[in-house]
Design a protein around this ligand. Structure first.
Ligand code: ZN
Length: 182
């Protein structure tokens, strides 16, 4: 099942429903759904944009961070979208440090679509870190986050030069804002 424009908007609505009440970590406390829309917009701007990937981008945090399930995504959006979401969903039964380690180790073996989702996701997070850093995060924690995001992105290179360049710009901005902060 190839995603259509109607599917993309259905995924947008579904993500908004699922992430209702959740906010981003930054001081601006933006609605969480702004993040998945940002990731989808980044993927959509790529010259190789395709609606299935944009749909998966909208849903990429639904299984990890909400009550939404893989079965529900298969039923509503098809197995192709669900497989992409599954590839970028952490196993929440594992400790956080192990999940972060697996993201770095597992990135090179992901499909091209999942690599593009990861690049857009990390670029979105680094942009948010620069624009609206979490109040309770010391500079070392932010620096460690940028290092980790770059390690994940390193394993996602070679599939989408536009998204790679966007990631690099976001990482450079995040580093600049770290240097500028006291
Ligand atoms: Zn995300």
């Amino acid at each position: 099942m190839s995603a259509s424009l109607a599917t993309v908007m259905d995924a947008c609505r579904y993500a908004a429903e699922r992430h209702v009440g959740q906010t981003r970590k930054g001081v601006a406390a933006e609605p969480y759904v702004n993040h998945v829309i940002d990731v989808a917009a980044r993927v959509a701007r790529s010259p190789d944009a395709d609606p299935t990937l944009v749909t998966a981008a909208l849903l990429h945090d639904v299984v990890e961070d909400t009550d939404g399930t893989a079965e529900e995504i298969i039923a509503r959006f098809g197995p192709e979208v669900a497989a992409l979401v599954g590839e970028v969903t952490d196993d929440k039964s594992l400790p956080k440090a192990e999940r972060k380690r697996r993201q770095v180790e597992g990135a090179p073996a992901k499909s091209a679509g999942a690599k593009r989702l990861k690049l857009a996701d990390k670029a979105s997070n680094l942009t948010a870190l620069a624009d609206s850093p979490p109040a309770e995060w010391p500079a070392e924690r932010m620096a460690a986050y940028v290092d980790w995001a770059e390690a994940v992105a390193a394993g996602c290179r070679g599939v989408d030069p536009a998204l790679e360049a966007e990631f690099d710009r976001a990482a450079a901005r995040a580093r600049q804002s770290l240097e500028a902060s006291p």
